[in-house]
Design a protein around this ligand. Structure first.
Ligand code: PAZ
Length: 330
């Protein structure tokens, strides 16, 4: 089913080039003995036309994935460092930790940059002088915040521990997911997959899709959508069988959240499901495994002082992944 879906949809542009970039990136991380996590983030679009004017989208803005991407860079030794805290202070230990392949929806929130997403970029800057060629500088009131973000970003760039891979449509995402996962195979248990993207469940197969823009003159539109095959199955069984795989389950009805998560674990045989409800996802999640269910939550004080739930999630996962890699503690 998954293979048929991938065969019948066109591959994203420059797929082979991207594969080589990812393999190089993974090789560099191996050399410095860093673990690698593939973080997927944001929603996939479902095109209604081949020459796409319209598509179906979903709510996800990518904050879970973008925030979670910032935390794994820091080693577990430096976990006292809560550097996100409104970008006010604290220096971090960037040694070891994880490298991240950030597979994200274009124009969704991005690590580091997300801290500026509420600003109009031009309001951060001013001209230093009156003349034509006056240099541009950051306004004094934004200096501290910006330099803190920039310092972290530059460090990650210097360490070459973040690789950006972009998708928009469902089929782009699934091809790239397959490619990134198979590239991680060589890392064995040291690879983690953190599948936070909101992936469409329904799509229109290519042979049922009109080529050109659908005309409103033809009257009301009726859509018939097919089920997207579940890619977690080949991912766990074939693409990256040794890795530590974490999927997300989003529901709006709390009564089915844990049972659906357990069903997913039973069906796909991966390590962990992070269960969250649409309305409360920024303040509580459940880490569900076959024999345990751990609640992670944020107090009002923690949230209002700028802490994020992703920091706790990543810390917990790093510890579980460590045990997964060396179950007897070596
Ligand atoms: O991207 P975002 O921060 O707005 O939302 C995150 C999320 C709810 C998409 C993620 O936590 C999640 O549950 N992803 C999986 C969704 C699903 O069940 O397909």
């Amino acid at each position: 089913m998954a293979a048929a879906f991938l065969n019948q949809t066109s591959k994203p542009e420059r797929l082979d080039e991207k594969r080589s970039e990812i393999l190089d990136f993974i090789e560099q991380q191996k050399q410095v003995d860093r673990k690698v996590v593939l973080v997927t983030s944001g929603g996939t679009t479902v095109p209604l036309e081949s020459k796409t004017v319209r598509f179906i989208d979903n709510f996800s803005v990518g904050s879970r994935g973008a925030a979670s991407t910032e935390y794994p860079f820091y080693s577990s030794k430096s976990r006292t460092c809560t550097r996100i805290l409104k970008y006010e202070s604290e220096t971090c230990d960037h040694t070891k930790g994880y490298a991240v392949v950030f597979l994200h929806r274009n124009r969704s929130l991005k690590p580091f940059l997300r801290h500026l997403s509420t600003y109009n970029f031009l309001d951060l800057l001013e001209l230093d002088g009156e003349n034509q060629d006056a240099p541009v500088k950051v306004k004094s009131e934004h200096q501290k915040r910006l330099s803190s973000i920039l310092r972290d970003y530059e460090q990650v760039q210097r360490d070459r521990s973040l690789l950006w891979v972009e998708f928009q449509s469902l089929s782009e995402y699934l091809h790239l997911l397959q490619m990134c996962s198979t590239c991680l195979q060589g890392l064995g248990k040291s690879a983690m997959l953190y599948l936070a993207a909101a992936v469409a469940d329904f799509y229109i197969p290519k042979d049922q899709m009109p080529e050109h823009k659908i005309q409103s003159a033809e009257g009301p539109l009726q859509l018939s959508l097919q089920l997207v095959p579940k890619m977690l199955e080949p991912l766990v069984k074939e693409w990256v069988p040794e890795a530590f795989v974490v999927s997300f389950k989003l529901e709006t009805n709390k009564d089915i959240l844990v049972s659906k998560s357990l069903q997913a674990l039973d069906k796909y045989q991966h390590q962990l499901v992070i269960a969250n409800l649409l309305e409360t996802r920024k303040r509580e999640v459940k880490l569900v495994t076959t024999d345990n269910c751990v609640d992670i939550s944020m107090t009002t004080e923690e949230l209002s002082s700028g802490h994020e739930i992703e920091e706790k999630i990543v810390r917990e996962l790093a510890s579980l992944h460590s045990k997964f890699c060396s179950p007897d503690g070596h």
